[in-house]
Structure formats: C-alpha cells, structure tokens
Design a protein. Structure first.
Length: 146
C-alpha cells in the first residue's frame, strides 16, 4: 500500500514538473509584436539595436532573445562577407532590406521587410528610407569577421 502511495505521489510530481516545463517552453516561444520605434536614420548602430538585436543578437551572430522562438534560425550576420568570397554583399543586403530580394525569413511573420516599415517611420520620404537602409547595411558590414 505504501508503495502505491509513493508511486502515485511520484507520478503526480513528475506530471506537474512536465507540465510546468512545457508551459514555460511555450510561453518562452511567444514573440510580442510592437510598433516600429523611430530612430535616427543617420545611425546604423542605433537602428540595429532597435530593429535587429531581438533576433540577431547584439553581436549579429543570430543569438538574440527572440531567436529560440523563431521557426528559422536568424543567420549569423558577421560572416556575410566570408560566405560571399570575402566581399560584403552590400547590394544584396540593401535589396533584402528594401524587400526587393527574397529570403525565406524576410517578409514572413517572423522577419519583416524593413523598407515599408522605414517608409512609415520616415513619413514616406524616400531619401530618408534610402539613408536608413544604407546606414543599417554599413553597420552590418562593420560587424564582419576579419
């Protein structure tokens, strides 16, 4: 009888721990959507900190706080040049940010296309949108491993 009580109690504890861990994992995988914050178009670093760090991490390697909740792992932005024969693919990055180049994650529910979002922040001023894209791309270029 004591063995049955002990086994029952142990089963209850195991189930409680399992449900608790599952609930924590599910809540950890929730990404809160927030409006795009206006930043200085002159500062690629500030834009990266506000728009990219959540998924790509402060170092750009893809380990941001929301990365674990994404279906597609954010790429390591520090090896773009190395993966492109040693040359930073500035045009491709700018094109991707504008939404002209398709990447599986860009434009999905997980990864926004920044061009339209930058247009909304810039009040439709195309020169500011281009400045934002250029400066953000230059900042990502500064993260490249040597």
């Amino acid at each position: 009888m004591a063995v049955k009580k002990l086994a029952s109690a142990l089963l209850v504890v195991v189930l409680a721990v399992t449900f608790s861990v599952n609930a924590q994992e599910q809540s950890a995988k929730t990404i809160k959507r927030v409006p795009v914050k206006s930043t200085s178009p002159a500062s690629g670093k500030e834009m990266f900190a506000n728009y990219c760090v959540t998924c790509h991490g402060t170092d750009g390697k893809g380990g941001g706080p929301a990365a674990a909740a994404l279906k597609t792992t954010p790429p390591d932005l520090t090896v773009l040049a190395r993966n492109n024969g040693g040359k930073y693919p500035a045009l491709k990055i700018s094109s991707t940010l504008r939404g002209e180049s398709s990447l599986p994650a860009h434009g999905s529910k997980e990864m926004p296309i920044w061009g339209p979002l930058f247009r909304s922040v810039a009040g439709g001023h195309e020169s500011e949108v281009q400045q934002r894209i250029s400066n953000l791309s230059k900042y990502v270029e500064s993260l490249q491993v040597k």
